[in-house]
Design a protein around this ligand. Sequence first.
Ligand code: ZN
Length: 215
Amino acid sequence: MEGFGKFFQRDKTFRPKKKFEPGTMRYQLHKKAQASLQAGLDLKAIVQLPAEEDLNDWVAVHVVDFFNRINLIYGTVCEFCDDTTCPTMSGGPRYEYMWCDGVKYKKPTPVPANKYISLLMEWIEQHINDETLFPINVDVPFPKNFIPVCKKILTRLFRVFVHVYIHHFDKMVEIGAEAHVNTCYKHFYYFVTSYKLVDQRELEPLKEMTERICK
Ligand code: ZN
């Protein structure tokens, strides 16, 4: 985690950071997860649900953290990702993602990568700020669709890794953020695969790289 500040304090946060309210149980859980991460513990081990915690809370905290971290990662390359460099949201020649939110984009629509990621982050933000979905008060139960919605959020966040790794990795290496991005990716990968939150089929575009770094 060293060097984090160096790359990411450039005021280029793609979207504002979502914060946990200090004093809440989820804030404590977030701090706990952050502490194990900073202590450089085994990433495969730190994704395991602590004995006394609830899986929904654990997932909620991670969804918000990954949203913030992936947002920062994209923020470091977003000035190099425009309609000309990346006219589609692709992950190599075999994968192209189309945006669909059922509201403004009623059917899958091809858009440039920066537009796709901007729509995606906005869409995630709306969900994590929705208190009926991510209740702030621990007395309020999580809704029945909580895990399915989180699966969708994480599946879409994964696509940002796909785009950054396939199209902007040189830039990442150039600014010296490679190790940080790899750590974040591994943490994300171990988390989503431990709880089966993203389909194998969706993980396919980064399969080779994953085999190389997640062993
Ligand atoms: Zn791009």
